[in-house]
Design a protein. Structure first.
Length: 210
């Protein structure tokens, strides 16, 4: 019979596992911790996680299956989950926020309600380093400066483009010479927000449910 691993050593391994997942934006459930370590019961995994909370290595959002978080670093910013949306039509945007595909972890001072993440499709922004399949983190705002990369709705389609102004008239410009600028009719452009971060994953998008 092989000797049992000391509880403290196992707990440290659990912490490293959870921390790695959190830094990737993949908060694990208690059951996922149980499966990852081969614990016989969910209670064993929960006991390790709760001890890590007591020790101050993790924090917990009550009532959430994926509620474990890394504690806020003094002078730093806590991790928050924001909704991950696909390309959505304007009429479905509010519904998509309420019922997203999953969530992505971000670290900004503003409340999570001020952000969303969008899955990119198409190659119109490759010159700006935004490739098909990338995820952009978007700060919700109804106005932006010329030169900002934004998410806007034109003709019921959400698109990622660089905002330019021709006089007072806003235009949406691609970063790929194969694509033409979008010049909306007056009043037809709805700005959803400004792109503040781009993420690229070499595996499936790590969206999580909460």
């Amino acid at each position: 019979m092989s000797p049992k691993t000391p509880p403290g050593e196992t707990r440290e391994k659990v912490y490293r596992f959870v921390r790695k997942r959190l830094l990737k934006g993949l908060p694990p459930t208690v059951r996922e911790v149980q499966v990852a370590f081969g614990f016989r019961s969910v209670q064993t995994a929960r006991a390790h996680l709760e001890t890590l909370v007591v020790d101050g290595k993790l924090t917990k959002d009550a009532g959430k299956a994926r509620g474990y978080r890394l504690p806020e670093v003094p002078g730093g910013t806590a991790s928050r989950l924001v909704p991950l949306l696909g390309q959505v039509q304007a009429g479905a945007f509010t519904t998509a926020v309420q019922e997203p595909e999953g969530y992505i972890a971000v670290q900004y001072e503003e409340p999570r309600e001020g952000f969303f993440a969008l899955r990119v499709r198409g190659e119109s922004m490759v010159g700006a380093g935004i490739l098909p399949g990338d995820v952009v983190i978007v700060r919700k705002q109804a106005a932006a400066d010329g030169g900002d990369i934004v998410v806007a709705v034109v003709d019921d389609e959400a698109t990622v483009k660089r905002l330019r102004f021709n006089g007072e008239r806003p235009e949406l410009h691609p970063e790929n010479p194969r694509f033409e600028p979008i010049v909306p009719e007056p009043g037809k452009l709805v700005l959803l927000g400004k792109v503040i971060e781009v993420r690229r994953y070499f595996e499936q998008i790590p969206a999580v449910e909460v």
